[in-house]
Design a protein around this ligand. Structure first.
Ligand code: ADP
Length: 492
């Protein structure tokens, strides 16, 4: 067991272990049970046949010896006459031998002539003489070398004096053959059971191992870089479930791979655009005659603006790595969330107006102070407003509102742009994920915002309908939950 010959490159190495374990555990037990059952049956059969024959011969011996003991009271002649007569008439001559043994231990009368005069070598004869009780023996008869059953019963004179022994001897050949036959049959039955159980077990193991082997082949391909490879689902059971899981995993890996590549190209693009503008304006200013101060100022403003974009981008990336490493921390203090949100909205108002986008702002209720990190929350507000303008600007209108609720403050930014397709919606908060929107971006803004809101024990929800627009709702509790205090510590 254990040496497999099929397959190349150790294809079966994995299964060898399962097969070996299975066979040892399951068949080992069956084998033990069969062995015990066959042995028990054989012992019981041997006992049954032997005790049957012995009981039969012993009851004969008992009856005959008491019959003869009665004659010993009369005369020796009469006794022997009776014994001869009895021996002649003995009707079981074929099956057993009847002997009358004298006080010297020699056979005096026998139903089988040749044994007359010999001394039987089995211990039952001596025991019967010694103890005055009937005794039996099963074993090899030294004279004939044959296995026999020998029963010796003493013949008593006057009730207490032994004058001889009468002995029944029968061959054990038939009994032994019967026992052997029974044991053989039981063993054959046991072997059939083991073969049957082994066969069904092997079939069952193969029915598991072959599909696992197929699944393993594809899983190896996926592990080796064949992202997106799929396994054909042939079975509708646990193996089928495994197939589905691996297929899903493969699809997820291939999506993650695509997202990573898209991210690298998006970030490169994001960095290159401002750099191109800065370099372009640098050259222009260098070759200009510096007398047109307006032109110089315009160039410097653009260069500063582009540098700001680069800084924002790099900061976003740094925030992202902090978030990934669990090192993002908050500077928590009581803060006026209303003022912060209003400032961000008004900051955008003019810029958006120039692009022909109306931005509205509304306050509902008396907005209380909350516990939070001013700079981080500002970052979240900027991000969702930026997204509304960037991805949903076509709607030409963005409605913002800050609402006081029982123990939360809700900030809502709603645009009327293209919206997010339902299949993209569950993924937009994933890192690197950029949806079908053509607008620029690295795909990490919402991931970072969501993390910041979570650190405030709040929630960031996105609802969207294609063609109608997107609404982002940020809910912030008045106090940061207890879970927060430990989180940054752990992360350090
Ligand atoms: P980025 O804006 O840098 O691409 P985000 O993480 O902020 O990354 O957004 C992820 C994706 O979600 C965007 O690429 C876009 O497809 C989609 N998205 C976010 N906000 C909006 C919105 N207001 N309207 C439509 N799509 C949006």
């Amino acid at each position: 067991m254990g040496k497999l010959t099929r397959g190349k490159g150790g294809r079966f190495r994995l299964y060898k272990g399962i097969r070996a374990r299975w066979l040892v555990n399951s068949l080992g037990l069956v084998f033990m049970i069969v062995l015990v059952a066959v042995s028990a049956y054989s012992v019981a059969a041997a006992n049954y046949y032997t005790t049957g024959v012995m009981a039969n011969v012993e009851s004969n011996a008992r009856a005959t010896s008491s019959f003869f003991s009665r004659y010993i009271n009369t005369s020796r002649d009469e006794f022997f006459q009776k014994a001869y007569h009895y021996a002649e008439e003995f009707s079981y001559k074929e099956r057993m031998e009847l002997q009358f043994i004298n006080l010297y231990g020699r056979v005096e009368i026998s139903t089988m002539g040749p044994t007359v005069g010999v001394v039987p070598g089995t211990p039952d004869v001596q025991n019967a003489f010694k103890s005055g009780q009937m005794d039996s023996y099963i074993g090899v008869e030294p004279l004939s070398g044959e296995r026999v059953l020998s029963v010796s019963a003493p013949l008593m004179f006057g009730g207490n004096q032994i004058v001889g022994v009468m002995r029944y001897v029968t061959s054990m050949k038939l009994v032994d053959r019967q026992v052997l036959l029974s044991t053989g049959t039981a063993m054959l039955f046991g072997i059939i059971v083991i073969i049957f159980v082994t066969g069904t077990n092997m079939y069952f193991i193969s029915s598991i191992l072959i599909p696992i082997q197929e699944v393993n082949e594809i899983a190896k391909k996926i592990a080796g870089g064949g992202y997106g490879a799929r396994i054909e689902k042939k079975y509708d059971d646990e193996i089928g479930e495994l197939t589905d899981t691996i297929n899903n995993m493969s699809a997820e890996i291939s999506l993650a791979e695509r997202i990573k590549n898209d991210f690298i190209s998006a970030v490169s693009h994001e960095l290159r655009t401002p750099l191109t503008a800065i370099a372009g304006w640098g050259e222009t200013l260098l070759s200009a005659d510096m007398r047109d101060m307006e032109e110089v100022k315009k160039g410097l403003r653009i260069m500063l603006g582009e540098t700001g974009r680069l800084t924002k981008m790099v900061e976003e990336l740094l925030d992202f790595t902090r978030m990934e490493g669990g090192r993002m921390t908050l500077q928590v203090e009581p803060m006026d969330v209303r003022a912060e949100f209003e400032e961000v909205v008004y900051l955008y108002m003019d810029t958006l107006a120039k692009e022909g986008i109306i931005l509205t702002y509304e306050e509902k209720g008396d907005i209380p102070e909350i516990e939070g990190d001013r700079a981080r929350l500002r970052q979240v507000f900027l991000n969702i407003l930026d997204n509304a303008a960037k991805h949903g600007g076509d709607g030409r209108r963005i409605d913002t509102a800050i609402i006081a609720e029982e123990d939360t403050v809700t900030v809502r930014v709603k645009d009327y742009g293209a919206g997010i397709p339902p299949e993209e919606l569950p993924r937009v908060k994933f890192k690197f994920y950029k949806g079908s929107s053509k607008a620029r971006g690295s795909g990490i803004g919402l991931a970072v915002s969501d993390e910041i809101v979570k650190l405030h024990s709040g929630s960031l929800n996105i609802e969207s309908t294609v063609g109608q627009g997107t609404a982002v709702t940020v809910r912030l509790p008045l106090k940061i939950g207890e879970g927060y205090a430990a989180a940054p510590e752990e992360a350090l």
